[in-house]
Design a protein. Structure first.
Length: 287
């Protein structure tokens, strides 16, 4: 993180409008944003469990049961179909790789405003997911499953560490050094939110639309098995992503309109633009 910040400071010291600054500043700003977002995700939800608000597992699990979804039957079916389980497992692990690909494609194609919207939506979704997980905490479905299932291939490898979760809520665990190794959030599912965000971000590339929809549809399904989530966790994650996209798009458009009006003022952070936009800005300033 310090190295990335040092690189960003160096890039900002370069002459404004130079080609080197264009090439360095955008990627370095993106790295800073991604590191900050992921750091928030990994630390804050764990620390906040010390509030120990009442659990809502009974309500969320009750909705799953009312929908007729049986987690044990689902695990048995996955054990009987190892090929399908393997596909779900691979798709479940695609959250971060997809994020890297999206950032790379946007940066390489010069879609900086689209990149801003994507990172803003990602950050908003993480924030909303974290806040909701604190206000409506759940231990997750693995807390209700027979521990004997732990030795089966279908046992959710990405599920919340229930022992660590309970220790945080009781105050027995305060030192988070070396943690978190597993996710702490069950409701809502950020994997499900990320699936929607990724499908949305790939939509600007027509040839990638269908593959993105299929991959992220599978990832949403895998979240119930590989991630040990309730079905309602996934539904809530999708809703969170929709709200995050709406806020990110509206907020980004408003922010860029304000920046356009202040184009003649020094910017705190240089944001690369295409040459035609830079010429248009210079012409407006000379009038």
């Amino acid at each position: 993180m310090l190295a990335v910040l040092a690189g960003l400071c160096f890039a900002l010291c370069l002459p404004s409008g130079s080609r080197m600054r264009d090439r360095l500043t955008g990627p370095l700003q993106t790295c800073v944003a991604v590191v900050a977002i992921l750091d928030f995700t990994l630390v804050f939800p764990w620390q906040a469990q010390a509030f120990a608000l009442p659990l809502v597992d009974d309500t969320v699990r009750g909705i799953d049961l009312a929908l007729g979804f049986d987690h044990v039957a689902w695990m048995r079916w996955l054990d009987a179909n190892p090929g399908i389980r393997a596909v779900l497992d691979v798709s479940y692990r695609c959250m971060i790789p997809q994020m890297v690909v999206v950032i790379g494609l946007y940066a390489a194609s010069g879609r900086y405003r689209a990149l801003d919207r994507y990172l803003a939506a990602f950050a908003i979704a993480i924030f909303l997911t974290s806040i909701l997980s604190i206000a409506a905490p759940t231990r997750g479905i693995v807390a209700f499953l027979d521990p004997a299932w732990r030795v089966t291939p279908s046992w959710p490898h990405g599920a919340t560490d229930v022992a660590a979760y309970d220790a945080l809520r009781s105050g027995a665990l305060r030192d988070l050094s070396g943690r978190p190794e597993l996710g702490i959030i069950s409701f809502p599912s950020f994997h499900a939110a990320s699936a929607v965000l990724s499908a949305w971000s790939f939509w600007v590339f027509p040839s990638l639309r269908l593959p993105a929809i299929v991959l992220n549809g599978i990832m949403s399904i895998a979240t119930v098995g590989c991630g040990g989530h309730y079905v309602m966790d996934v539904a809530a994650g999708h809703l969170v992503a929709g709200l995050a996209i709406l806020l990110a798009v509206r907020g980004s458009d408003l922010g860029y309109r304000l920046l356009d009006r202040l184009a003649g003022s020094p910017a705190l952070l240089y944001r690369p633009t295409d040459p035609s936009a830079r010429v248009a800005t210079a012409e407006r300033a000379s009038r």
